[in-house]
Ligand binder design. Sequence first.
Ligand code: ZN
Length: 382
Amino acid sequence: MTPGGMSLVWDERFREYNLGPDHPFTEQSRALAVRLFDQIVPPGTANVRRHAEIEPASRSLLELFHRREYLHFVESASAFDEPTLLDAGDTPGYPGCYPAAARIVAGADRGLSLTLEEGRPAFHPAGGLHHAHPDRASGFCIFNDVAVAIGRAVREGRRVAYLDIDAHHGDGVMYGFYDSGRVLDIDFHQDGRTLFPGTGFPPETGRGDGAGLKVNLPLPPGAGDRALLSLFHRVVPSMLRSFRPDVIILQHGVDGHVGDSLAQLQYTPGAYAAVDRAVVELAREVAHSHLLVTGGGGYRPENVSRVLARTGLILAGEPVPAETTELPAAWREEFTQLVGEPAPARWGYGSAPVPSAWGPDHEDALVEQLEEELGQRFPSTG
Ligand SMILES: [Zn+2]
């Protein structure tokens, strides 16, 4: 028997990871997800333990993934009293960025500890900064919280299955553990020929001990639920069952949502919920319910907040409101204040996506290529 419920890692100071007023990435959307979750499962509810005091990760923890010289570089940008750039273009440094980014890492580290101790899911909606590399910032990510958590689990001798449904390829994580036989990495993303960071193709399957353990599923712009769900059921359960991880980490970016402002996939809330339920079940089956779920990308606050709040409810084993259910008035007011736009009225997305650029032939072609690269069969589940 595993205990129900989950642990929620959210410190208000995560909002200090703030890349500027005009930057597309904002922890406000994650804050709104937590607020919405709180409206349904009020603080004090027994089966959700809240962890709201997270201190920035120590230097030695960060060094489980990041190079010392890079940490010094971010530290000096953090001490400088003007904004700077940490990479070639889109990841600014700013006063205080080091402790802000290190606190997000500590959230993932806490989430990992909690799920390993408690045998139930842990949720870190502020995390999922999967593009940062050992020696550089990239794609809005200063430190890579999920990679540090994986690095710690691996150092402790554990096997980690990393699943990534963000619209962008999780390059920092995949290349960071490309040689590792202890990290299975399965990444669904928009095709790198059409979206940052331009990586994550089927022939990239790992190297050395990691050979055959990196699985890339690029999807064309316009692909939606059918692509994600059918491929997920075809590839993920069988790989998890044969790999037998000690812990599963899910990077739950919401930028694959239909209407996102940076990516062109078309997942709906229903698909996210189906993935969440499947991952909870698989974690129970293969990993003693050791499951850490982080946030990730997502650039429309109304989508990020609702999807991640719903993810929290699923992880906690709480009923999920129907799509037609109205959102609480207090939350809608807060949304408008924070975002400066009218709040959505209901839980559901409301309008149908345009027809999906994906059919059974696309799926078979991709699966065939994966089978060839990985030397493994993925029979159709339909
Ligand atoms: Zn993304």
